[in-house]
Structure formats: structure tokens, C-alpha cells
Design a protein around this ligand. Sequence first.
Ligand code: CTP
Length: 441
Amino acid sequence: MLGKARRPRGAAPLNCGEPEPVTDKRIVLIIGGGIAAYKCLDLIRRLKERRVRVRAVLTRAGEQFVTPLSVGALTNEPVFTNLFDLDAEREIGHIRLSREADLIVVAPATADLIAKMAGGHADDLASTVLMATDKPVLVAPAMNPRMWLHPATQRNVAQLRADGIRVLEPAVGEMAERGEAGAGRLPEVPELLAAIESMLAAAGASVATTPAGHSARPLAGLHVLITSGPTHEPIDPVRYIANRSSGKQGHAVAAAAVKAGARVTLVSGPVALPDPAGVDVMHVETAAEMLDAVREALPADIGIFAAAVADWRVANAEGEKIKKTASARTPTLSLVENPDILKTIATPKAGRPRLVIGFAAETENVTEYAKKKLKSKGADWIVANDVSPETGVMGGDRNAIHIVSAEGVESWPDMSKTEVAERLVARIAAHVANRRPEAAQ
Ligand code: CTP
């Protein structure tokens, strides 16, 4: 049934008693037809906690999965379903609806909705709002993995990105259909929130803290310590042993953690990157200096060890430049093992960060080696990635990671290092929130 803009009369609003939005942040949430549409109900609640006004548009297929009544009860706003609804047009109108928002979010975005957007269709309210808007648009796809990988969908997604629309990578996992697994799940609510917040912030519309003290900056009040980049181990004053780490991933995590409200200390090896804004950066060169700086920066609530620390240093680094004299033999380097910073900090003891995350750079058997590192290093999570030269991860701008923890392995599709960082920080925030006493809500 095609409905009008429906106020949730007849049922007590679920958010009755919650404070009305006092900020002017507005989101239009377009809910497409997919089994994951139920997650939008929680997303709306979380946005309302952050005092963001949400106006929802339900596509015809979306109405098969969530009702205008439940959506309207949570948004406390009319729910829009029909392009040709006179009452709705008189009340707000599709042009105003699309222009009064700070951000338009499409979640779940089906293959069909994405195709419509890529093709510039405007034959229902959702597609018309999307065509009429001059505001940033965030698309969170959710569909069967084969539909996601279909060349038509990939072509359409590439078109949307070329048009300046931010399209999230779907999460990987089991699908509702039995026996189906792969990329196609709607990202979890904390990840959707992180993406929304970063887009609102980019649009100059940062999200407010709720009166109840729930923060849209979910890591507020926490100290996050991050290591990043390579270390350089001197051979003599002009030569050193190094590796190809660029520090891009670790630095991106630092920037994302600041955005999430944390106090961030970044212990950085030698990199060609600017210091991320708002971060306390300690510049070091060797593994020994990195360990000293980490110890100095403690205590921390969360430790993220993204640095590619050199495993060995030269036993007797020369104080003067080694000369190539005719009589001298070719020098032989004798190596000694460096301290393992991650293992040192992850060891259970008073003052250990409550969440310790290591990275694992591998060129083969990625998740198997990562599982071993999880145990041998005592970390809570290992973020593993394949750094074989053909992946282009080392020094590149993209990454495909696996999060290995006691709960198992979660594999994320290839995405930009910035997106990995934002999603990782959102995942950390969700983990921390579950362990905070006030999390029971
Ligand atoms: N790490 C560390 N100190 C070291 C070596 C590694 O803190 N001396 C940390 C890295 O920052 C990363 C994790 O340990 O979080 C795994 O690093 P990686 O280089 O992948 O593993 P290694 O322990 O060095 O083992 P291998 O080189 O044999 O794979």
C-alpha cells in the first residue's frame, strides 16, 4: 500500500519522554527494502540520542520490512512514502525534504536503489529526493553477495563514487539466506554512526552531546595510544635498517580516534606524513626509543600497535661512518633482537590498557599467523593484513583487513585506509561501550 506522510498516531511514541532535538542537525534516512532494514530502527534511536533530527523516507520495498508506524514512533516525525501524496507535499514537499537535511543517508541501499541512483531515475519519492538534493549523500549497501559482486552493481557503485556520493563497503559475513556468505551485509550501527558523524563533521555540522551524557564522540574521556610507521635501526650515523611501512594506516587510526573524541598519543617512527591534527605526537627513530616513548605515554585505555617495528637492530652500531677503505674487509652486520613492544604492554599486569590491539603484516597464511600472534603476544585483537607486494598495501592508500580475536575472524573487504580507520574506531567504540556500566540501555 502506498501511504502518505504518516504521523504515528494511535500508538504512544516509543521515544516519549526523550528530549526533543535541540540542535539543527537533520538527516533524511531513506530506508530501502532489505532484511537489514530493522537495523535502521536502532540507528534512528542512536541518532536521536545524539539529538539529530531524522526524517525517514520508506521505499515501497522498505515498507515490506519495517512499518511507517515503528519508524515514525522512533523519529517522532512524519514518515514519507509516496511522491504523489498531496498532504505530504503541502506539509513539506519533496524538494524541501531533500534540501533541509544536512545529510541524506540511504540504508539499506538495495541493488535496485543503487541502480536507480546511478541512472538518475526519479520515479518514486526516494529516488526523487536523491535527484533533487544538493546535500552530501551516504549510501550503505546491503544485498546478496552475488548481487553485490555483479558487474552491474559494481559499475553503478563506481558511478555513484564518481558522482561524489560516499558508498560504504558492505560487511562480510553470513547472509540471511542459508549457506550464503560474503560481502553484502549492512555495516553495524556503530559503523553507520561513525560514517554519519564524519560526514556531518566534514559538512561543518558536528553532532552534539546528548543531555543524558551519551556522547556522539564515543571515545570521549579515553586515552588512546597508537604506534605507527617503521623504525630505523642505525648501522652507523648515516646508514640504517628500515622497512617499507608508510605509517598511513596507523596515522589514519589516530585521526579517526581524535574525531571520536579520544585523547590520542601517537608514537611515530620516521614517516613522510604530517602529524594528524589534534594528536600528541612523539617522534622516535628506533624500536628502543619507541618502547621508551610508549612507556612514557602510559597509562592508556586503549593501545593500538600499528607500527612495523624492526625485529632486530645492529649489535654494535658504529659511532662514525664506516669507511670503504682498500684494506678493510666487507663489514658483517651482527643483529640482536629488539624488545617486542606489543608483547611487553599486552602482558597482564596493573595498568595494562583495557583493550590492546596488535597488527600483523603477513605475506602468506595471513589469518593463521595472526591467530598465533594473538596468543603469543597476549593481544585482545590482531588486525591482520596481507602486505605481499602485489596487494600494494605497504605504502598504498587501501587495505583489506581481518580482525582476529577470541570471538573468531572477521574479514573486511578492500577499502581506503581512512575508511578502515573509521570503521575500526567505530568497532572499538562499540566494544568499549558494551563494557561501560552505563551501556545497559
Ligand atoms: N611489534 C612490536 N614490537 C616488535 C615487533 C612487533 O610491538 N619488536 C608489534 C607490531 O607493532 C604489530 C605486531 O607486533 O602490532 C606484529 O608485528 P609483525 O611485524 O607482524 O610481527 P612480528 O612479531 O615481528 O613477527 P614476524 O616478523 O615473525 O611476523
